[in-house]
Design a protein around this ligand. Structure first.
Ligand SMILES: NC(=O)c1ccc[n+]([C@@H]2O[C@H](COP(=O)([O-])OP(=O)(O)OC[C@H]3O[C@@H](n4cnc5c(N)ncnc54)[C@H](O)[C@@H]3O)[C@@H](O)[C@H]2O)c1
Length: 344
């Protein structure tokens, strides 16, 4: 298939480019480079030995999307383009709704006009809010506490409405998949690609990695008094290449099954690790100390969150295969050989 990858120069999108190309698909990347660089895509070419078109533009620009869909015969869209910082979303909610929600609306309108019906959307475990128990299945109630999470949930609801409208009209046009990611970490095993946050990282692993290379002084661990075995928050960390491969499986599923409901899959490992376990595992992989201090809890953070990924295993034949040690070794290989990320 020929797949349009919005946000394809970013962390998860660029790794998914590799997974798709390695499975024999063709790709067209569409990214405004607001949080990424073209170097990630040069690395994709270097690793796979394949070339592909790249369009630098914005998903809120309908004319730009129209011209991509007219020029390239696209079979499916994977929609990664979006802003993802929870804290920033509380300060700039309009920017988040415009980019994440309006961007998806405009993309769907353009897809419909060009009769492209298959879309895979990057959602997040954040739509489960503060879950009543763990592990979390796709049937858990949905709620969010910040504009970023709200934007993901709004898009999910829009996609469900598109399917409902199809069912009402009996048209069966849309084929929609929602992937709820848990906590993506790690990097491609080559050490050529990885997460390259701009400024101070928001996510745990890039922060730990930058402390290990001496770019940042120490890690702040938010909260040491959670009701968990070591008092630290617990999350389900998943290797970014496992996540990328989940997208290829979801694409395969949608192309083989004529679905009449929005398909939702959790992409996680089913294992939870505490922040302290992550620090220790990173120290073991890197042989570098990671100094940290316990600070107060961060508002909106929950104690623990991990996935029940059995639906993805059952329906997609997908299971995360890379363990914590591999996640850490790959993250360290990337960080130590590219201390300044793609601008190294
Ligand atoms: N990384 C995570 O922890 C995580 C967890 C759950 C969900 N997600 C979602 O997965 C997707 C990808 O996340 P990521 O970690 O790769 O982020 P990222 O910032 O590395 O990648 C997003 C890409 O989208 C591009 N982009 C943003 N707005 C755009 C627009 N309007 N038009 C065109 N391009 C645009 C950016 O330049 C960037 O290359 C996002 O939608 C994010 O919300 C990420």
């Amino acid at each position: 298939m020929r797949v349009l990858i919005t946000g394809g120069a970013g962390y998860i999108g660029s790794h998914t480019c590799i997974a798709l190309l390695e499975e024999g698909h063709e790709i067209v990347v569409f990214d405004n480079l607001s949080n990424s660089s073209l170097v990630s895509l040069e690395r994709v070419r270097q690793i796979t030995g394949k070339t592909f078109p790249v369009i630098v533009d914005d998903v809120t620009d309908r004319l730009a999307l129209d011209s991509v869909f007219s020029e390239h015969k696209i079979d499916a869209v994977m929609h990664f383009a979006g802003k993802k910082a929870v804290g920033e979303s509380c300060v700039e909610p309009l920017m988040y709704y415009q980019n994440n929600v309006a961007g998806t609306l405009i993309l769907c309108e353009a897809m419909k006009a060009h009769e492209i019906s298959t879309l895979i959307f990057s959602s997040s475990a954040t739509v489960y809010g503060d879950p009543h128990s763990t592990p979390i299945t796709e049937e858990f109630p949905l709620s969010t506490t910040n504009p970023y999470g709200q934007s993901k949930l709004m898009v999910e609801n829009i996609l469900r409405d598109l399917m409902a409208a199809d069912n009402l009209s009996g048209k069966n046009f849309w084929q929609l998949g929602i992937l709820r990611y848990f906590n993506p970490v790690g990097a491609h095993s080559s050490g050529l690609m990885g997460e390259d946050p701009q400024g101070i990282p928001n996510n745990l692993l890039p922060y730990i990695a930058q402390v290990a290379v001496g770019k940042l002084d120490k890690l702040s661990v938010f909260g040491g008094d959670y009701p968990t075995p070591d008092g630290r928050g617990i999350r389900d960390y998943i290797h970014v290449m496992d996540l990328a491969e989940g997208h290829v499986k979801a694409l395969h599923f949608l192309s083989m099954n004529n679905v009449s409901d929005c398909q939702v899959w959790n992409l996680g490992t089913g294992n939870g690790y505490s922040v302290l376990e992550m620090v220790k595992a990173f120290e073991a992989a890197s042989q570098c100390p990671v100094p940290y201090e316990i600070t107060s809890r961060r508002s909106g953070d929950i104690a623990e969150c991990w996935a029940d990924p059995s639906k993805a295993k059952r329906e997609l034949g997908w299971k995360a295969g890379r363990n914590l040690q591999v996640m850490m070794e790959d993250a360290w290989r990337w960080q130590s050989s590219n201390p300044k990320g793609y601008s190294s």
